[in-house]
Design a protein around this ligand. Structure first.
Ligand SMILES: Nc1ncnc2c1ncn2[C@@H]1O[C@H](COP(=O)(O)OP(=O)(O)OP(=O)(O)O)[C@@H](O)[C@H]1O
Ligand SMILES: [Mg+2]
Length: 392
């Protein structure tokens, strides 16, 4: 089984590319599902398919064609299915605080719930081996990063806080309730969380296994978009996910002579080169701007053939993460895989949260995690295949 994330800044083309990849995979014979994780779903619109018009509202996975399903995660539905007790408890808390019932119901969907719901489905498909490939059309970058950090955070919560809270509620609950108007959660609430956690168990291993899960970053050749892609690249590496392709979308094609686009073309060229430099080691796929919006099967097929001319989208296009962050004896280390470099002098310059590594004619910008932004680099060691940089 394969899980492939398509993520990137808002509007870069994630949904369109996910849909095109789904169609391509299905035509290659893979049983495929494309799942939209964005709250503002547009996956249906992208397919613009007749099957969607006749689909029943209760159908979660809608079959588009042979081998291809789509699913837009619906939080309200998932709540009923997975965590009624938790939701009811939070709603009752909010209700007591004087909020209108409808508002309380809206707010009781706390941030991260969408992502957890999606993770529940994904884990279920993995356990039951329902599909050959799961394509995830992610929300803009920030949210997808939260998505991949949820399993770790949950695990921590369950091990450190959860047991304590549950015991406290059991022991002190009846006493507190006599003096306070705040309801103490019943044990069913804790049981519900425990059940959820059990359903999520194992998903972190699945997401960080590069044989199963890879991330493809979609970007556009513009400064602000490329910058965000670099940060996303670093954060996915930090969480241990393997990025196996970067897709530069909406490149102006040759043959547009209009003077109006002259500067645009130079700008795009500059940021394509920058991206090639920054992401070297990871395959970069380029897609031109089409002469119209890409909607419906014909357009999506055309896009799929451009993206994967002689390629199987289910393949893994990069094996090892080019960066790893680790902590050894209280010292943070950044390990860069540079198999193509021989021993030379290494120069490091740090501007805030950006590290510039220069080795001979080789230069690379590395966006650093927030916790390293305020540190100093204290050394760099280049072995045959790796550069290890230490921070203090
Ligand atoms: N290469 C392209 N040529 C022409 N139009 C494109 C191209 N790529 C995407 N589009 C169009 O751009 C619009 C936005 O694309 P899409 O919805 O896939 O972006 P997104 O990254 O999913 O956005 P959001 O962040 O809102 O989810 C769509 O109308 C799509 O048809
Ligand atoms: Mg989208």
């Amino acid at each position: 089984m394969r899980i492939i994330f398509y993520t990137g800044k808002g509007g870069v083309g994630k949904t369109t590319i996910s849909a095109a990849t789904g169609i391509k995979l299905a035509s290659l014979g893979y049983k495929t599902i494309v799942i939209s994780l964005d709250v503002a779903h547009s996956l249906r619109d992208s397919f613009d398919n007749e099957a969607l018009l006749i689909a029943q509202p209760t159908e979660k996975q809608i079959q588009i064609q042979e081998n291809l399903w789509i699913q837009e995660i619906n939080v309200q539905e998932a709540i009923v299915e997975y965590w009624d007790e938790v939701y009811n408890y939070i709603r009752s808390l909010l209700n007591r605080s004087g909020l209108e019932t409808l508002v309380a119901e809206e707010i009781a969907v706390f941030p991260g719930m969408e992502e957890i719901c999606a993770l529940l489905y994904i884990n279920q498909y993995v356990r039951e081996n329902t599909y050959d490939v799961i394509i995830l059309d992610c929300a803009p970058t920030g949210e997808s990063l939260r998505f991949v950090s949820i399993p770790t955070t949950l695990e921590w919560y369950m091990n450190r806080i959860f047991k304590l809270e549950r015991n406290l509620a059991k022991l002190a609950g009846p006493i507190i309730e006599t003096v306070s108007s705040v309801p103490i959660p019943k044990d069913a609430y804790f049981q519900n969380i425990q059940n959820l956690f059990n359903k999520l168990e194992g998903i972190d291993t699945v997401l960080t296994d590069p044989k199963i899960t890879t991330v493809r970053l979609v970007t556009n050749p513009e400064k602000i978009v490329i910058k965000e892609t670099q940060r996303a690249f670093m954060y996915f590496c930090l969480y241990g996910l393997c990025i196996d392709a970067v897709i530069i979308n909406r490149i102006f094609p040759e043959g547009i002579d209009a003077k109006f686009f002259e500067i645009w073309k130079q700008t795009q060229q500059q940021y394509i080169e920058e991206a090639e430099n920054y992401f070297s080691g990871v395959p970069i796929w380029k897609v031109n701007l089409f002469d119209d919006q890409i909607i419906g099967e014909t357009g999506l097929r055309r896009l799929g053939d451009i993206l994967y001319p002689n390629l199987d989208p289910a393949e893994k296009f990069s094996e090892q993460s080019p960066y790893q962050f680790r902590k050894v004896d209280d010292v943070y280390q950044l390990v860069m895989q540079l198999p193509f470099l021989t021993k030379q002098e290494v120069h490091l310059t740090k501007h805030g949260d950006e590290l510039i590594v220069t080795i001979g004619g080789f230069k690379r910008h590395v966006a650093l995690p927030r916790s390293l932004a305020s540190t100093k680099t204290t050394g760099a060691k280049l072995t045959e295949r790796q550069l290890v940089i230490t921070f203090q």
